[in-house]
Ligand binder design. Structure first.
Ligand code: PLP
Length: 370
């Protein structure tokens, strides 16, 4: 079986985990947590890092920390994982959706301004699959309309936009360290900000909002979203390898691009845009029809090659529709990507011969159809 993802844990992971066990520091109080926060926030170029239990938790904290008034509108792409929309919804804020750019698969920046109203208070940008959102026009809008930027960089460890690290553009930004992300802590996430007060508020929200003066007294409800010392130990070891990891992920992407250059009926990911080079978080493709997508995936699966369908649009989620959200809304580019898109194995554990094997089956499957 060639699964869609296999993590690589070949650095100091075991050594640092042993240190946790030998020292007895396994909870969030252990020294690796602070070290990982410092190392990672420095790497991204933000002053504060708040390590949490996962990327979705980081989004909950980021959205709540901004203290937006109930009913405020937050602009967000429809083509994404549910986490950002869930965080917005749970804070009694209103998600306002944007269609995707069919080439980069990221939110279509030209469609944002017409959706800004007096109630709009923030734009939550989500970088998709390895290429960043075109950030500059969004930063300009944020300035013009006085909006906060929340940046979901869960798929963007080490990616840059015009030379500046993704995750450094938000008033508040988040990462995930799930095993399919560029670096992993098993489960884990981080909130990043340059704002001292926001950072302090995030630390509070992460830890049940204990107050400083008297433990077990609370003025606000938070969560237990703490990261353990063992997770952070993995994170420190993984971050040491980030340059190699990005290089390898790009190599995998380029090898697929080369192998699949002449494939028919499938749109491959862009290798670069004016402002970035793809880091291939996943290697996705969009078939010209839903039928072709399913046929190809079936064929790959029958040869023990894993595939995953693309995200499903937020405006077509039964859970939101049943609550009366997004009814009658249509975002044709995102809908097409959701129906016809899928990705193939691209984990760090993938060998060159496996890449070539997957490519061969893909070429055959696409050819049969043509
Ligand atoms: C993975 C991911 C998340 C959620 O992270 P978890 O750690 O799995 O909760 C959020 N946003 C995006 C864009 C992601 O890819």
């Amino acid at each position: 079986m060639i699964p869609v993802n296999t993590p690589l844990l070949k650095g100091n992971e075991k050594k640092y985990l042993n240190e946790c066990i030998d020292s007895g520091w396994i909870s969030s109080e252990g020294p690796f947590v602070k070290r990982f926060e410092d190392d990672f926030s420095k790497y991204i170029g933000m002053s504060h890092g708040i390590a949490v239990s996962n990327g979705s938790a980081a989004l909950d904290i980021a959205v709540r920390a901004l203290n937006l008034e109930e009913g405020s509108e937050v602009i967000v792409p429809t083509f994404t994982i549910i986490s950002p929309i869930q965080s917005i919804y749970n804070e009694k804020l209103v998600p306002v959706l944007i269609d995707s750019d069919p080439n980069t698969w990221n939110m279509h920046v030209n469609q944002i301004e017409p959706k800004i109203t007096a109630k709009t208070k923030a734009i939550l940008i989500v970088h998709i699959y390895g290429l960043p959102v075109d950030v500059q026009p969004i930063l300009d809008l944020a300035k013009k309309y006085n909006l906060k930027i929340i940046e979901d960089a869960a798929e963007m460890h080490g990616q840059t936009y015009n030379g500046k690290k993704c995750g450094s553009f938000g008033d508040i930004s988040i990462f995930s360290f799930y095993p399919n992300k560029h670096i992993t802590t098993g489960e884990g996430g981080m909130v990043l900000t340059n704002n001292n007060e926001l950072a302090e508020r995030c630390r509070q929200l992460r830890n049940l909002c204990f107050i400083a003066e008297r433990r077990f007294v609370h003025r606000e409800i938070g969560w237990n979203y703490r990261m353990t010392n063992m997770q952070a130990a993995l994170g420190v070891a993984q971050l040491e390898q980030i340059d190699y990891i990005i290089e390898r992920k790009r190599y995998i992407g380029h090898r697929y691009q080369d192998n699949l250059k002449y494939i028919k009926g499938l749109q491959l990911p862009l290798d670069s845009t004016l402002y970035s080079e793809n880091i291939y978080w996943v290697f996705g493709m969009v078939a010209e029809s839903e039928d072709l997508s399913l046929t190809i995936q079936k064929r790959l699966n029958s040869h023990k090659i894993g595939t995953r369908p693309f995200f499903w649009c937020m405006h077509e989620q039964p859970v939101f529709n049943s609550k009366g959200l997004f009814l009658g809304e249509s975002y044709p580019n995102a809908e097409r990507m959701a129906r016809n898109g899928f990705y193939i194995p691209s984990g760090l554990g993938l060998s060159d011969s496996e890449i070539d094997e997957v490519s061969e089956h893909l070429l055959k499957a696409a050819d049969c159809n043509g």
